[in-house]
Design a protein around this ligand. Structure first.
Ligand code: COA
Length: 159
């Protein structure tokens, strides 16, 4: 399956077995056909909004529209988690944004979003840049730190 068609399959149950009430009605979807306001609200409600351009709607809309692998978690009609990636479905999947609503954190949603993202990416390696508060999170899930990662920001000249 190539999720770039932006389809939104029916919900499938998910979440930790035996977890407490917030995740009882949890399901996951694939696709970027999302309401922008709901996405912006989730970014704020997870705190990821502090490090993303949530006040620039056009840029955020482009981020969602042009991402070709977006997995979301839903508690009923409430958007509670997102994994927003760019992938070639063969070699690399850049997981740019991983966010879980604060009220729903520590219920296995982040892990499940990563698991599904990796699964949908086929043989691709998942690559990401950790937020300061999440540096202890990724090793816990088995990710390996890469000591030679490099970035080139738009404001930084190419010499
Ligand atoms: C980081 C984040 C996505 C984790 O999502 P989550 O659904 O709460 O995490 P999970 O429930 O899947 O956690 C899996 C395990 O990691 C642990 N864990 C969760 N957050 C952690 C953290 N910040 N540091 C260390 N361990 C953490 C959980 O306790 C759990 O452990 P267990 O398996 O022993 O029970 C979520 O806290 C979040 O959205 N944070 C704000 C936005 C952010 O920083 N995103 C990351 C950008 S790189």
């Amino acid at each position: 399956m190539n999720p770039t068609n932006h389809s939104v399959p029916a919900c499938r149950p998910g979440g930790k077995t035996g977890s407490s009430p917030p995740v009882e009605s949890l399901c996951y979807r694939v696709g970027n056909n999302l309401d922008l306001d709901a996405v912006l609200e989730l970014y704020e409600a997870s705190t990821l909004g502090e490090r993303r351009p949530v006040h620039d709607r056009d840029r955020m809309a482009a981020m969602i529209r042009n991402a070709n692998l977006v997995v979301t978690a839903w508690d009923g009609d409430l958007l509670v988690g997102i994994a927003r990636s760019v992938t070639d479905f063969a070699y690399c999947t850049y997981l740019s944004d991983l966010a879980v609503r604060q009220s729903h954190q520590r219920h296995g949603i982040g892990r499940e979003l990563i698991r599904r993202t990796r699964e949908l990416g086929g043989e691709a390696t998942v690559i990401l840049l950790s937020a300061p508060a999440a540096t202890g999170y990724y090793p816990r899930l088995g990710l390996t730190q890469h000591l030679s990662a490099w970035t080139l920001r738009p404001s930084c000249p190419l010499k």
